[in-house]
Write a new protein. Structure first.
Length: 286
C-alpha cells in the first residue's frame, strides 16, 4: 500500500461522507448555472462545473468524487426539467460515476501533474462517450421511443453521439486543466491536513515548464481545427450536411473551428507564457 493510499484511508468516514455531499451539492449548483446553454444539437449542456468532481477525485479519491458527481448530475437535471429525469439516471449518472471513479483511481497510488493530465483526458473521453451513447440509444430510442430518433439511420445516430462526446470534451477540458489545479493548490495552502502529501509537494511549475499542459490543450485543438477544415473543404462536409441541415450544420462546423481555435490559443499562450517567465528568471539570476 502506498503512502497516498494510506493517507486517504486515514480520512474518517465522516469526512468522506461530508466530501461526497459537498461534491454533489457544489456540482449540482455549478452545473445549474450553465444548465440552459445547450450543444449545437439541442441536447447536452455546457458544463464547466466538471472541475468540482475532478477536484474531489484528486483530494479525496475515487468514491467521493464518483458518488458526488452521479448524485449532483441527477439533482441538476431533475431541477432543470422540473421532475425526476430518467434520462439523467439512465445516461448521466453512470457516465459521471464511471468517469470520475477512474479519475480518482488513476491518481490514487501516485500523484503527478502528468497523471492529472492523463486522468483528465481519459475521464472526459470515456465519461462523455458513455453519457452520449446511453442518452441517444437507451433513453431516446429504447425508453422514450422518440420518433425523431427512431427515423434516423444508424450512422446518423452514431455521428450524433460522437459529436456530443467531442463537444463535451473540448468545452470541459480547458476548465479541468486550468481551473482545477488552482483550486487544488489553494486548498493545499489553506487546509494542508486534508490534502495528500504528494499533491502538496509536487511542483505544478515544473510540469508546466515541460510543456505538458500546453500540449494537452494544443493537440486536441489542432485536431478540432483539422476536422473543421475537412468539414469545409472535403466530402466530410457533404456527408454531414446530408443529415444535419441548416442551421445545425453551420453550428456543427463552427463548433470545430471555435473550440479548436480556443484550445490551440490557450495551449500556445501557456507555452510561451511559461517560456518567457523561465527566461526572465534566468536573466534575474545572472
Amino acid at each position: 500500500m502506498t503512502q497516498r493510499e494510506t493517507f486517504q484511508q486515514k480520512h474518517p468516514m465522516s469526512l468522506l461522507t461530508v466530501a461526497t455531499a459537498l461534491c454533489a451539492s457544489l456540482y449540482a449548483l455549478g452545473s445549474y448555472i450553465t444548465a440552459y446553454i445547450s450543444s449545437p444539437w439541442g441536447v447536452g449542456q455546457f458544463r464547466p462545473a466538471v472541475v468540482i468532481p475532478a477536484f474531489f477525485a484528486t483530494i479525496f479519491g475515487p468514491m467521493p468524487a464518483a458518488v458526488g458527481a452521479a448524485i449532483g448530475t441527477l439533482i441538476v437535471d431533475s431541477v432543470k426539467h422540473g421532475y425526476f429525469h430518467m434520462g439523467s439516471l439512465i445516461a448521466a449518472v453512470p457516465g459521471n460515476f464511471v468517469g470520475f471513479y477512474i479519475f480518482g483511481y488513476i491518481l490514487r497510488r501516485r500523484f503527478s501533474w502528468g497523471r492529472f493530465v492523463l486522468a483528465s483526458n481519459i475521464t472526459l473521453t470515456l465519461a462523455n462517450f458513455i453519457v452520449a451513447f446511453l442518452y441517444i440509444f437507451i433513453y431516446k430510442i429504447i425508453y422514450l421511443c422518440d420518433s425523431r430518433y427512431l427515423t434516423m439511420p444508424l450512422h446518423t445516430l452514431i455521428f450524433l453521439s460522437i459529436g456530443l462526446t467531442i463537444w463535451w470534451f473540448v468545452t470541459m477540458l480547458p476548465f479541468v486543466l486550468l481551473v482545477t489545479p488552482i483550486l487544488i493548490r489553494a486548498t493545499a495552502w489553506a487546509t494542508p491536513s486534508i490534502v495528500p502529501e504528494d499533491v502538496r509537494i509536487h511542483s505544478l511549475g515544473e510540469d508546466i515548464s515541460k510543456g505538458l499542459f500546453s500540449m494537452a490543450l494544443l493537440i486536441p485543438g489542432l485536431i478540432m481545427l483539422a476536422v473543421g477544415l475537412a468539414t469545409t473543404y472535403t466530402v466530410l462536409g457533404e456527408y454531414i450536411y446530408t443529415f444535419f441541415k441548416e442551421p445545425t450544420y453551420s453550428l456543427v462546423k463552427w463548433m470545430f473551428y471555435l473550440s479548436g481555435g480556443a484550445l490551440s490559443i490557450l495551449g500556445i499562450a501557456i507555452y510561451f507564457g511559461r517560456l518567457l517567465s523561465t527566461r526572465r528568471g534566468r536573466i534575474q539570476t545572472v
